[in-house]
Design a protein around this ligand. Structure first.
Ligand SMILES: CC(C)(COP(=O)(O)OP(=O)(O)OC[C@H]1O[C@@H](n2cnc3c(N)ncnc32)[C@H](O)[C@@H]1OP(=O)(O)O)[C@@H](O)C(=O)NCCC(=O)NCCS
Length: 187
Protein backbone atom coordinates (compact mmCIF):
# COMPACT_ATOMS: atom_id res chain seq x y z
CA UNK A 1 0.00 0.00 0.00
CA UNK A 2 1.29 3.48 -0.90
CA UNK A 3 1.98 5.79 1.99
CA UNK A 4 1.61 9.58 1.90
CA UNK A 5 4.72 11.34 3.10
CA UNK A 6 4.96 15.11 3.40
CA UNK A 7 8.69 14.97 2.79
CA UNK A 8 8.48 13.19 -0.57
CA UNK A 9 7.84 15.61 -3.46
CA UNK A 10 4.97 14.57 -5.69
CA UNK A 11 4.83 15.19 -9.46
CA UNK A 12 2.12 17.42 -10.94
CA UNK A 13 1.00 14.43 -13.02
CA UNK A 14 0.12 12.40 -9.89
CA UNK A 15 -2.83 14.62 -9.02
CA UNK A 16 -3.93 15.91 -12.43
CA UNK A 17 -7.70 15.61 -12.63
CA UNK A 18 -10.20 15.79 -15.48
CA UNK A 19 -13.89 16.09 -14.65
CA UNK A 20 -16.55 16.01 -17.37
CA UNK A 21 -20.21 16.67 -16.77
CA UNK A 22 -23.28 16.90 -18.98
CA UNK A 23 -25.11 20.22 -18.68
CA UNK A 24 -28.71 19.28 -17.85
CA UNK A 25 -31.77 21.61 -17.96
CA UNK A 26 -31.80 21.94 -14.14
CA UNK A 27 -28.47 23.81 -14.41
CA UNK A 28 -29.85 26.46 -16.77
CA UNK A 29 -31.24 29.94 -16.26
CA UNK A 30 -34.34 31.31 -17.99
CA UNK A 31 -32.28 32.09 -21.07
CA UNK A 32 -31.29 28.43 -21.47
CA UNK A 33 -27.67 29.06 -20.54
CA UNK A 34 -25.86 27.46 -17.62
CA UNK A 35 -25.65 29.42 -14.33
CA UNK A 36 -22.13 30.64 -13.54
CA UNK A 37 -22.59 29.23 -10.04
CA UNK A 38 -22.97 25.70 -11.44
CA UNK A 39 -19.60 26.02 -13.17
CA UNK A 40 -18.06 27.41 -9.96
CA UNK A 41 -19.40 24.45 -8.01
CA UNK A 42 -17.95 21.99 -10.54
CA UNK A 43 -14.61 23.81 -10.44
CA UNK A 44 -14.62 23.65 -6.65
CA UNK A 45 -15.09 19.87 -6.79
CA UNK A 46 -12.31 19.43 -9.36
CA UNK A 47 -10.01 21.69 -7.32
CA UNK A 48 -10.78 19.66 -4.21
CA UNK A 49 -10.09 16.34 -5.96
CA UNK A 50 -6.78 17.60 -7.32
CA UNK A 51 -5.66 19.26 -4.06
CA UNK A 52 -6.70 16.32 -1.87
CA UNK A 53 -4.79 13.90 -4.13
CA UNK A 54 -1.63 15.97 -3.81
CA UNK A 55 -2.05 16.69 -0.09
CA UNK A 56 -3.13 13.14 0.72
CA UNK A 57 -6.04 14.42 2.78
CA UNK A 58 -8.76 16.97 3.43
CA UNK A 59 -8.45 20.47 1.92
CA UNK A 60 -10.59 23.61 2.01
CA UNK A 61 -11.09 26.35 -0.58
CA UNK A 62 -9.59 29.68 0.53
CA UNK A 63 -9.70 31.95 -2.49
CA UNK A 64 -10.66 32.03 -6.13
CA UNK A 65 -8.89 33.99 -8.86
CA UNK A 66 -9.52 34.57 -12.53
CA UNK A 67 -13.18 33.74 -12.74
CA UNK A 68 -14.30 35.42 -15.90
CA UNK A 69 -16.65 33.55 -18.19
CA UNK A 70 -15.69 34.26 -21.79
CA UNK A 71 -18.41 32.23 -23.51
CA UNK A 72 -21.87 31.02 -22.52
CA UNK A 73 -22.45 27.29 -21.96
CA UNK A 74 -25.67 25.71 -23.25
CA UNK A 75 -27.81 22.81 -22.04
CA UNK A 76 -26.64 19.55 -23.65
CA UNK A 77 -22.98 20.55 -23.80
CA UNK A 78 -20.24 18.59 -22.06
CA UNK A 79 -18.19 20.72 -19.68
CA UNK A 80 -14.70 19.46 -18.91
CA UNK A 81 -12.41 20.79 -16.21
CA UNK A 82 -8.71 20.05 -16.45
CA UNK A 83 -7.19 20.67 -13.02
CA UNK A 84 -3.59 20.52 -11.90
CA UNK A 85 -1.49 21.71 -9.00
CA UNK A 86 0.33 24.84 -10.17
CA UNK A 87 2.01 25.82 -6.93
CA UNK A 88 2.46 24.69 -3.35
CA UNK A 89 3.42 26.74 -0.31
CA UNK A 90 3.77 25.22 3.14
CA UNK A 91 0.13 24.29 3.68
CA UNK A 92 -1.52 25.88 0.63
CA UNK A 93 -1.87 24.74 -2.96
CA UNK A 94 -2.90 26.65 -6.06
CA UNK A 95 -4.97 24.59 -8.46
CA UNK A 96 -5.10 25.88 -12.03
CA UNK A 97 -8.18 24.90 -14.01
CA UNK A 98 -8.94 25.12 -17.68
CA UNK A 99 -12.64 24.83 -18.40
CA UNK A 100 -13.96 23.88 -21.83
CA UNK A 101 -17.41 23.16 -23.14
CA UNK A 102 -18.09 20.80 -26.05
CA UNK A 103 -21.07 20.58 -28.35
CA UNK A 104 -20.97 16.90 -29.27
CA UNK A 105 -23.17 17.36 -32.35
CA UNK A 106 -20.95 19.95 -34.02
CA UNK A 107 -17.71 18.90 -32.33
CA UNK A 108 -17.07 22.54 -31.39
CA UNK A 109 -15.06 22.99 -28.21
CA UNK A 110 -14.90 26.41 -26.57
CA UNK A 111 -12.66 27.61 -23.80
CA UNK A 112 -14.92 29.20 -21.21
CA UNK A 113 -12.40 30.21 -18.52
CA UNK A 114 -9.10 29.52 -16.80
CA UNK A 115 -9.22 30.01 -13.04
CA UNK A 116 -7.04 29.46 -10.01
CA UNK A 117 -8.33 28.16 -6.67
CA UNK A 118 -6.16 28.39 -3.56
CA UNK A 119 -6.77 25.46 -1.23
CA UNK A 120 -5.33 24.73 2.22
CA UNK A 121 -4.72 21.24 3.59
CA UNK A 122 -6.14 20.62 7.05
CA UNK A 123 -5.33 17.99 9.64
CA UNK A 124 -7.84 16.06 11.74
CA UNK A 125 -8.14 18.90 14.23
CA UNK A 126 -8.84 21.45 11.50
CA UNK A 127 -5.42 23.11 11.55
CA UNK A 128 -3.47 23.88 8.34
CA UNK A 129 -1.03 21.03 7.72
CA UNK A 130 2.05 20.83 5.43
CA UNK A 131 1.69 19.46 1.92
CA UNK A 132 4.34 17.63 -0.15
CA UNK A 133 6.63 19.74 -2.35
CA UNK A 134 5.84 19.77 -6.04
CA UNK A 135 8.06 17.84 -8.43
CA UNK A 136 8.37 19.92 -11.61
CA UNK A 137 9.01 17.48 -14.45
CA UNK A 138 9.04 19.87 -17.40
CA UNK A 139 9.19 23.55 -18.38
CA UNK A 140 5.40 23.81 -18.44
CA UNK A 141 5.24 22.77 -14.76
CA UNK A 142 7.97 25.32 -13.94
CA UNK A 143 6.20 28.09 -15.92
CA UNK A 144 2.93 27.49 -14.04
CA UNK A 145 4.73 27.51 -10.67
CA UNK A 146 6.50 30.79 -11.51
CA UNK A 147 3.27 32.37 -12.77
CA UNK A 148 1.50 31.38 -9.54
CA UNK A 149 4.28 33.01 -7.51
CA UNK A 150 3.83 36.20 -9.55
CA UNK A 151 0.05 36.16 -9.09
CA UNK A 152 0.49 35.72 -5.34
CA UNK A 153 2.97 38.60 -5.16
CA UNK A 154 0.79 40.93 -7.27
CA UNK A 155 -2.34 40.02 -5.28
CA UNK A 156 -0.59 40.98 -2.03
CA UNK A 157 0.61 44.23 -3.66
CA UNK A 158 -2.88 45.02 -4.92
CA UNK A 159 -4.38 44.33 -1.49
CA UNK A 160 -1.91 46.73 0.18
CA UNK A 161 -2.50 49.45 -2.41
CA UNK A 162 -6.26 49.07 -2.29
CA UNK A 163 -6.31 49.10 1.52
CA UNK A 164 -4.31 52.34 1.37
CA UNK A 165 -6.68 53.86 -1.19
CA UNK A 166 -9.69 52.89 0.94
CA UNK A 167 -8.23 54.42 4.07
CA UNK A 168 -7.48 57.67 2.16
CA UNK A 169 -10.92 57.89 0.56
CA UNK A 170 -12.74 61.07 1.59
CA UNK A 171 -16.33 60.75 0.48
CA UNK A 172 -17.18 64.47 0.54
CA UNK A 173 -14.20 65.59 -1.54
CA UNK A 174 -14.55 62.79 -4.07
CA UNK A 175 -18.28 62.89 -4.72
CA UNK A 176 -17.59 64.94 -7.87
CA UNK A 177 -16.01 61.82 -9.45
CA UNK A 178 -19.50 60.34 -9.60
CA UNK A 179 -20.76 63.08 -11.91
CA UNK A 180 -19.64 61.21 -15.04
CA UNK A 181 -20.89 57.86 -13.80
CA UNK A 182 -24.28 56.20 -14.34
CA UNK A 183 -25.58 56.87 -10.87
CA UNK A 184 -27.80 59.50 -9.25
CA UNK A 185 -27.03 60.99 -5.89
CA UNK A 186 -30.22 61.32 -3.88
CA UNK A 187 -28.92 62.51 -0.52
C1 LIG B 1 -7.70 29.57 5.11
C2 LIG B 1 -7.44 29.29 6.56
C3 LIG B 1 -7.06 27.82 6.73
C4 LIG B 1 -6.26 30.17 7.02
O1 LIG B 1 -6.07 29.89 8.36
P1 LIG B 1 -4.93 30.63 9.20
O2 LIG B 1 -5.07 30.20 10.60
O3 LIG B 1 -4.94 32.07 8.85
O4 LIG B 1 -3.66 29.89 8.68
P2 LIG B 1 -2.30 30.43 8.16
O5 LIG B 1 -2.11 31.88 8.39
O6 LIG B 1 -1.28 29.46 8.72
O7 LIG B 1 -2.42 30.20 6.59
C5 LIG B 1 -2.44 28.90 6.07
C6 LIG B 1 -2.13 29.00 4.59
O8 LIG B 1 -3.24 29.64 3.95
C7 LIG B 1 -2.76 30.69 3.13
N1 LIG B 1 -3.79 31.71 3.08
C8 LIG B 1 -4.45 32.26 4.12
N2 LIG B 1 -5.32 33.17 3.66
C9 LIG B 1 -5.20 33.20 2.32
C10 LIG B 1 -5.82 33.93 1.28
N3 LIG B 1 -6.76 34.83 1.54
N4 LIG B 1 -5.46 33.69 0.02
C11 LIG B 1 -4.52 32.77 -0.26
N5 LIG B 1 -3.89 32.03 0.67
C12 LIG B 1 -4.22 32.25 1.94
C13 LIG B 1 -1.50 31.18 3.83
O9 LIG B 1 -0.67 31.87 2.92
C14 LIG B 1 -0.90 29.87 4.27
O10 LIG B 1 -0.25 29.24 3.16
P3 LIG B 1 1.18 28.55 3.31
O11 LIG B 1 1.11 27.66 4.51
O12 LIG B 1 1.32 27.77 2.06
O13 LIG B 1 2.18 29.63 3.45
C15 LIG B 1 -8.70 29.61 7.43
O14 LIG B 1 -8.97 30.99 7.32
C16 LIG B 1 -9.91 28.81 7.06
O15 LIG B 1 -10.06 27.67 7.47
N6 LIG B 1 -10.84 29.45 6.28
C17 LIG B 1 -12.07 28.78 5.91
C18 LIG B 1 -11.89 27.93 4.66
C19 LIG B 1 -13.15 27.20 4.32
O16 LIG B 1 -13.82 26.68 5.20
N7 LIG B 1 -13.47 27.16 3.03
C20 LIG B 1 -14.68 26.59 2.56
C21 LIG B 1 -15.66 27.68 2.26
S1 LIG B 1 -17.14 27.43 3.12
Amino acid sequence: MEQNSVSAPKPVSASQTVMTELMIPAYANFGGKIHGGILLSLMDKAAYACAAKHAGGYCVTVSVEGVEFKAPVAVGELVSIHASVNYVGRTSLVIGMRVTSENVETGMVKHTNTSYFTMVAKDKSGEPTPVPALLLENKEDARRFLEAMKRKELKAQFKDEFDNEKSRLKIDSELHLLAAERCVISF
